[in-house]
Design a protein around this ligand. Structure first.
Ligand SMILES: Cc1cc2nc3c(=O)[nH]c(=O)nc-3n(C[C@H](O)[C@H](O)[C@H](O)COP(=O)(O)OP(=O)(O)OC[C@H]3O[C@@H](n4cnc5c(N)ncnc54)[C@H](O)[C@@H]3O)c2cc1C
Length: 463
């Protein structure tokens, strides 16, 4: 009979959110028993870097979140390969697949998300080489198929599809990429940015088909590839293997039977506590209501998982923490074309908002700013990203720029150039602001998080 484990803190999930939370708990409470339950058999690793493991750029041993002795040294117990399968919040216990029971005082659910599999006829064909890209095991299964000259069908051209594309192309694979939506990266890019992105993808030898989905998959009859997909438009796409990058959804397997309130994700407050006192949640599994933005969202984003994990850990250990304030930011590299998006840039025609769009003369580049009630609520930088940090600051601090917007976003007046050139000294109050920019007074205050890379990226450093 497996024995019970009794701990003060139990963490389910050993991704960024879970491990960061453990680290934060230890900063406050060096001795309370702390257990991380890792459903995967591998030591905890940095998920985005599995793409580099796929291409061979890194070995798996190089992408661990922490060194092998990090856990022991801090008195953190880590159980690998034994997922939690049952949760009882009244008795404060979780049962693991091995039958072991863990009794806890405070619980963190950091179970992340899982790939959404589309309902395609034939997707369950025996022996079909169909892969998702989420875990290290996916990489191990996919790699032998990604040979130079192999034909891949990539279903879904979102963030993970894009990363899969970059990696497979680098490995010499021929790719046909398909998406139901009318543009690539539909959740992140506005129509114009998506057009640039699509062209860049096609210029790198990838065939892109939009506004159509895969209807069925079957074995092919001797046209060179072992499998074929039929699209909803009736086209046939032969392929050797397929990658399903059709979105992620919060993993509710553990909480399905529990009273924990959830909708798209587990609902948490700014302290990362769920509707059940003493039970916290952090990372991709959560949904957070942003009071300022007046919207509830799931933030499938590494930096947000890190920040949420840290807040959850501190609060679980009884420490105060700055309430969670999400970062809506994506930084992409599409075969050498840099794009940064902030806020809800994906909304092509935002309501009650003013849009400023400026092309950069002489090259395929532009910036797009969306203002609502005088505040910057979204921005897109295509092939012209070096000023993004400054605008991120304006957005995060919710500075009213209504009176200066037209000069600030006007390339001919040089407002952006001025802002970029002087922002570092300006924020320290060392230079005078031009009259048109007087209202950005708050921007002059001393702070150290203006430059792209200094704030969200290095402030919340990948360990
Ligand atoms: C291929 C890929 C590339 C990405 N690239 C980027 C990027 O460039 N930038 C970016 O910001 N984000 C990126 N992301 C998203 C980023 O990885 C996630 O936002 C982040 O990992 C979320 O961290 P998390 O700790 O919430 O969850 P996860 O990293 O998903 O970890 C959750 C862990 O919990 C485990 N688990 C689930 N249920 C149980 C259970 N019952 N018992 C025990 N364990 C359980 C899961 O197996 C998993 O190991 C990428 C994601 C993928 C898949």
């Amino acid at each position: 009979m497996p024995h019970d484990i009794i701990v003060r803190y139990a963490i389910v999930g050993a991704g960024t959110a879970g491990v960061t939370a453990a680290e934060a708990i230890r900063e406050v409470d060096p001795a309370g028993e702390l257990l991380i339950i890792n459903g995967e058999s591998y030591a905890p690793y940095c998920r985005p870097l599995i793409i580099e493991v796929l291409t061979g750029e890194r070995r798996f041993d190089d992408v661990h979140l922490r060194g092998a002795d990090w856990y022991d040294k801090r008195g953190i117990s880590l159980i690998n390969g034994d997922p939690a399968v049952h949760l009882d919040t009244s008795d404060k216990k979780v049962v693991l697949s091995s039958g072991r029971t863990v009794m806890w005082d405070k619980l963190l659910i950091a179970a992340g998300s899982k790939p959404a599999i589309p309902p395609i006829d034939g997707i369950d064909l025996e022996g079909l080489p169909a892969f998702t890209l989420y875990r290290q095991t996916d990489v191990e299964q996919l790699r032998p198929h990604a040979r130079p000259g192999a034909k891949a069908l990539l279903i879904g051209i979102g963030l993970i599809g894009l990363q899969a594309m970059n990696a497979l192309r680098e490995m010499g694979v021929d790719i046909v990429a398909i998406d139901l939506q009318s543009k690539v990266l539909p959740l992140i890019l506005d129509a114009k940015a998506a057009k640039y992105a699509k062209k860049q993808i096609e210029d790198h030898g990838i065939e892109v088909r939009l506004r159509t989905g895969v209807r069925l998959i079957r074995r092919a009859n001797g046209n060179g590839c072992p499998y074929a997909a039929m699209t909803r438009r009736g086209e046939e796409i032969p392929f050797d293997f397929t990658v399903l990058a059709t979105g992620m959804k919060p993993d509710f397997s553990l909480i399905n039977e529990s009273a924990i309130d959830r909708k798209r994700g587990i609902k948490v407050n700014a302290d990362m506590e769920t509707s059940v006192p003493g039970v916290f949640a952090a990372g991709d599994v959560t949904e957070f209501y942003d009071v300022t933005e007046r919207r509830s969202d799931v933030h499938g984003h590494w930096v947000n998982a890190y920040r949420q994990g840290r807040i959850a850990g501190l609060r679980m250990a009884g420490e105060t923490a700055t309430p969670y304030d999400p970062v809506y930011l994506n930084s992409l590299n599409i075969f050498g074309l840099p794009i940064i998006t902030m806020g809800s840039s994906r909304v092509d025609r935002p309501k009650n908002a003013k849009v400023y769009l400026t092309d950069v003369p002489g090259r395929p580049a532009y910036t797009r700013f969306v203002l609502r009630e005088g505040r910057l609520v979204a921005a897109t930088f295509v092939n012209d990203v070096h000023r993004a940090g400054v605008f991120q600051y304006l957005m995060r601090e919710k500075i009213d720029i209504s009176d200066v917007a037209s000069s600030l976003f006007n390339r001919e007046l040089g407002g952006m150039e001025w802002l970029y050139k002087h922002h570092e000294t300006a924020v320290r109050g060392k230079v005078e602001w031009p009259a048109t920019m007087d209202l950005i007074d708050r921007y002059k205050k001393d702070h150290s998080h203006t430059r792209w890379g200094d704030g969200e990226k290095t402030g919340d450093k990948k360990p």
